[in-house]
Structure formats: structure tokens, C-alpha cells
Design a binder for this molecule. Sequence first.
Ligand code: B12
Length: 427
Amino acid sequence: MSSPSGSNPRLLLVYPATHKLGWVKRFQLPPLSLKQVAAATPPPWEVVLVDEVHEDIPFDSRFDLVGITAMTHQALRAYEIADRFRARGVPVVLGGIHPTVLPDEAALHADAVVVGEAEPVWEELLDDLLAGRLAPLYRAPIPEGDRLSIPWGRRDILAGKTYLTTQTLQASRGCPYDCPFCITTNYFGRSFRYRDPEDVLAELRSYEGKLTVFLDDNILGDPLRARPILEGMAGMNIRWGGQGNLRFAEDPEMVKLVARSGCIGIFVGIESVTGAHANHPKTGSRYTPVELVKRVRDAGIVLEASMVFGFDDHDEGVFEQTVRFLEECAPSLPTFHILTPYPGTALFSQFDREGRLLHKEWNRYDHGTVVFRPKRMTPERLYRGWQEARWEAYRLPAIARRVMQGKGKGVNLMYNLLRRGGIERPD
Ligand code: B12
């Protein structure tokens, strides 16, 4: 296997950036998508990863193939990059969540589009390219079952770049909850697929640093499957963060195990204080979020709670209600998002059908812009309410009240002040 020039074939993987970041880029995580695509690339391919957040794209270097990943807000930039390479005669493959849900759109800017996970189709695509028979579309099957078998993400391709940590991985993929605003169930399968715990633990043992981030949709989604991984981690002196929902906190023993395994922070989507979303439908819990949050914080784990504004049952009162709820609940860090109907979700189809999408300018589908007409308020009111809630929740007295409840006051204060730094006063 060699490239048309006779030497080893060279693959460039690109993570597009929508805007330049200052010093905060040191706190970013490397793109796991591309670490996994690189891991699925067999020798003798040579892989170069360019993260546009950190470096410029080498448009003039020799590559036999360029692979670009794109979430929706990155899609337009991904297409620009693809067009420039293709104008120079370099074949381009587009993959990731946006090309997965809109392959026809992506195909206008690519020689081939990968729909879904790279692992099942990537080698075939590379072989086809070298044999001169690249197909326009490679579609991975929608995953089924409860097992996940993937190679360890490649970290060597990150050399020379500064990230918070390069130790990012997934123990599982998929999610059974099928929330209307989320893409995961449709494309990554409706069950939690876990890796063999021994394989996860072996990967963790190969890490030289302490700080590790699990990028699963919900690492604790199936507590029985997560348990052997957590137990194995307990003796490893790892410090890890991840995301999930609050369900694990219903079992006090599980909370203790999560803390013992080295968990220092967890991001949970509470989403909404009202209606169908109240108390997080995913939990169907007999405990209130207030009780569950307290349990997690008492175990010394930083808990970031994400709230979303703009659901159809939200009126102008939701902002105030949410801020009061967060005062009572006191997660370590509240995060606020504007509801964003991503293509491929049930929410997108609904708003599109109802003529409520304001536009399809993908670079503004970013959770900080209103891209649809809310049901019970104007788009302007939704935007302002989001700004006000953020401002209100990060006023110093509000931070002080939150930090004083629960353990780890110093750490929580530091995180809150850092977050406060990025919040603008409402116009
Ligand atoms: C972890 C995660 C994050 C991490 C990312 C860490 C990192 N740098 O790796 C953090 C917390 C930073 C994050 C942030 C955001 N995220 Co996020 N995130 C996820 C999550 C849970 C997993 C993504 C992941 O790493 N998966 C593991 C990798 C291996 O899988 P993958 O990326 O899908 O890649 C596979 C395939 O897609 C394919 N593939 C991907 N790229 C390419 C490229 C080529 C060439 C090929 C061939 C194949 C290929 O092969 C890969 C291996 O199988 C997903 C949910 C999900 N299940 O996808 C949401 C998700 C990707 N995030 C989402 C969003 C919206 C965001 C934010 C915009 C939210 C916000 N405003 O705060 C930000 C954007 C940040 C940014 N950098 O610009 C949405 C994207 C929706 C959309 N249509 O764009 C998702 C799908 C969540 C959802 N519920 O809808 N996120």
C-alpha cells in the first residue's frame, strides 16, 4: 500500500475552529473523534492531526487524503477547508455528527462522506482510495447490542499541542433515553454499549498523568456496567471528570464508589424546571434533584448542572424560576444553554415542520444564539432571559451562597470565579 507518489500515504485530520481562542485554549480537550479516527487508521498510513484552535492548516503540504470532522456549528468552516483542499486536487472525507445527519449537504464539499462511526468503514474507505475507487458515501450501521469494541485513541498525534489533558477516552457509547433535543440515540444506538472493563482499565494504566476525562454520553448510565470500571480505578490514583445524569446518586453506595474511583467533577443535564422535563424525566426519581445534588456535593465531587431555556412549556417566568431552583439546589456550577434544534433531532423536525426555524445558518447553532421562534415568548426575550439568568447566578452573593453549601469550598469558589469571568452583563 503506498500513495501515488510511492512513499507512505499521508492522512491529514482536521478539527475546524469557528473562532480563535486566547489563553483559554490551554484548557481545551483534544478532539476524541479524530484520536479515534487516527487509531482506526492502519499502517503504513502516516497521520497528522491539525487542531485549528491551536494551529494553522497546512494547505500547501502533501497529503493523500484530508479527513475533516464537524459538529453543526463547525460545518461551514469545515466546508471552506474542504473546498480549499479539493481545489488543489486533494481528496477530502467529511465525517462527524453534522455530515452524519446531513450527508447530502456534506457531499457537496467532499469526495466521500462517512455516516456514523468511523471504525466499521474506515479501513475499507482507505483501501478504496488507494485503489482509485473511492465511493461517495460510507455508511456505518446504527450500532446495536451492549458491547463496544474500539481501539485506544491515539495520543501521539497530539505531540507539541497544549491541552488541559490528552487523557480523554470513552468507556461507553449510546444512550437509551432518546430526548427530543439530542442526537445520540438516533445515531449511536439505543442502548449503553460498554467496553470490556479490563480494556478500559488497561488504557487508563497506560496514562502517565493523573487528570483523565471520560467523554461518554453518560459514563454512569448503567451503574452495573460502570461498577467494575470504577472499582478498578479506585486504586489507581486517577483524577477524573465526566458527564452523566443524576440517577447514579439515588444509590448512596454508588456515590461513594464514584468518589473513591477518583471522580473530581461531573456534568449533569437537569435541563428544565418545568413540565415534562421537571426533575429530569430521565431519572423518574423518587428523590428531588435537591437531594441528589446534595449527595454528590457531600461526597466532595464538583457538580456542574446544565439548564436549558426555550422549551415549548417555558414562558417568561422560567428564568426567575430556574435561578431560584438553582439557589435551592446549589450545584457547584450552574450552566445555561439556549435550546438549539440540531438537525437530525425530533426537535429540529418539529420546528421545521411548524415553520419556527429562524434560519439554517449552522455557525449560529451554538446554544448561545436563538435560532427558532419560541412558543411562549419572543426570540429576543429568550435571549435576554438567558443572559439575565447567567448574570444573576454568577453574582458574587449567589456564588457565595452556593459555595458555602457542601464540601470543597475553595475549589468550588475557584471554578465559580473562573466561570464568572466569561459572563457578560446583559445589554
Ligand atoms: C464529549 C462531548 C463534548 C466535549 C468534547 C471534548 C472533545 N474535544 O473531544 C465537550 C464537553 C467539550 C463538548 C462541547 C460541545 N458540544 Co459536545 N458532545 C460530546 C459527546 C457527548 C461525545 C463526543 C465524542 O467525543 N464522542 C466520541 C467520538 C469518538 O465520537 P464522535 O465524535 O461521534 O466521532 C466518531 C464519528 O462521529 C466519526 N467521525 C467523527 N469525526 C470524523 C471525521 C472523519 C474524517 C471521519 C471519517 C469520521 C468521523 O468517527 C468517530 C469515531 O467513531 C457528544 C454526544 C455524542 N454521542 O456524539 C456531544 C455532542 C457532539 N456535542 C454537541 C454540542 C452541541 C456541543 C457544544 C456546541 C455545546 C455547547 N455550546 O456548549 C460544545 C462545542 C464545543 C466546541 N469545541 O466547539 C452536540 C452536537 C450536535 C450537533 N449537531 O452539532 C452533541 C452530538 C450532543 C448532542 N446531544 O446533541 N462536547
